[in-house]
Design a protein around this ligand. Structure first.
Ligand code: NDP
Length: 329
């Protein structure tokens, strides 16, 4: 028997239960991983709350972890028992001591990267990779706006933007978070609890505004994101931390200057084993070179059994950077 988190009803963090289960044997193309560190992602709260539908209940939760391969299915190639690995985009159930994962979602972990570093950066780093390198190719000298810049995805984006020589203007919910985003490489910050986003963007760009906005906050910032764009600018709306953007009249894009909007997801950008290898090689080299650091504070490493408290903390907006669940802690 092993331990995992499951939920039998959608709802708040209180629906998360710590239970025993019998891990099934891996199917032919699956790898069984003994998780050592589990990544907590905001999307996990959308699954739990019902914002994103779950196929059936009771359900496991979580899609990202790092650990050691304990078993392999008969059709698995290139991965063996004992390998150190990291995965993201698995079926729900990574909040667990043991999880079976399709081989195409797994990357071998370089020795220089710890399980905790990997689980704190894999899904979020792959996300920053596709946002900054594929959805739009950010260039040296380019100025753009990135919301929630002191969050898990946000702090990696600040560092990646700096490495590219770009000027990331990061929005944050407190002065403390502004400081953290600056240290990570943000060129400028806007505390959107007390500053006017659009006015500050204009001020920082000598009245021009920006050609590119990344918005994972959603409902609360959508209009201000559009208003921060210059004509023909691009809004990349990639999350709903404050709730989903709904009921948009496309005419608003004409009125605000022939704007572009895209709503991308990691699953649509990284689907094959080759795509995952290209993306993870680039991410790992950024981490190995020190360009991207992913230190998780002790306060944001929660025992697996305390997933409820971890979700309460993440949703209270009090975290900075990534948070982890640690099995057996
Ligand atoms: P974060 O660590 O960034 O946590 C979310 C942050 O959003 C909070 O810390 C908070 O920062 C900000 N926020 C703004 N408004 C609210 C609100 N009303 N309630 C809660 N938080 C709010 O999470 P992640 O790094 O895990 O994910 C960041 C975003 O990226 C999420 O929206 C997620 O869904 C999205 N995402 C999208 C992917 C895709 O492919 N489309 C893939 C991965 C992540 P502050 O206090 O500074 O405002």
């Amino acid at each position: 028997m092993a331990k995992r988190i499951q939920f039998s009803a959608i709802g708040g963090p209180e629906v998360l239960q710590y239970v025993s289960f019998q891990p099934p044997a891996p199917a032919a193309g699956e790898v069984q991983v003994e998780n050592r560190a589990i990544g907590i992602n905001y999307i996990d709260t959308y699954m739990r709350s019902g914002l994103y539908p779950t196929a059936s209940l009771p359900s496991g939760l979580g899609t990202e972890a790092a650990g050691i391969v304990s078993k392999i299915g008969s059709a698995v190639t290139g991965i063996k028992v004992g390998d150190r690995v990291v995965y993201a985009q698995s079926a729900l159930g990574a909040y667990s001591e043991i999880h079976n994962v399709p081989q195409e979602k797994i990357a071998l972990l370089p020795d220089a990267i710890s399980f905790e570093q990997a689980a704190a950066s894999f899904l979020k780093g792959l996300t920053v990779y596709y946002l900054l390198r594929l959805t739009h190719t950010v260039k040296a000298g380019e100025t753009f706006l990135f919301h929630a810049a002191a969050g898990g995805v946000g702090l990696i984006a600040c560092q990646w933007a700096k490495a590219l020589g770009a000027k990331l203007i990061g929005t944050v919910g407190s002065d403390e978070k502004a400081e953290r985003a600056k240290q990570a490489g943000a060129w400028a910050t806007i505390n959107y609890q007390k500053e006017d986003i659009v006015a500050r963007v204009k001020e920082l760009t000598a009245g021009e505004k920006v050609g590119l906005v990344y918005d994972s906050v959603g409902k609360d910032t959508f209009e201000r994101s559009l208003d921060s764009l210059k004509p023909r600018g691009l809004l990349v709306s990639f999350g709903n931390a404050s709730g989903p953007v709904e009921g948009v009249n496309l005419g608003i894009l004409t009125q605000k200057g022939s704007l572009y909007v895209t709503r991308p997801s990691l699953n649509a950008y990284i689907t094959t084993r080759e795509e995952l290898k290209t993306a993870s090689d680039e991410l790992f080299s950024m981490i190995a070179s020190g360009a991207i650091k992913v230190d998780v504070s002790e306060a944001q490493k929660f025992p697996l059994s305390e997933a409820r408290r971890a979700h309460e903390t993440l949703e209270s907006r009090s975290t900075q950077g990534s948070s982890l669940l640690i099995p057996g802690k």
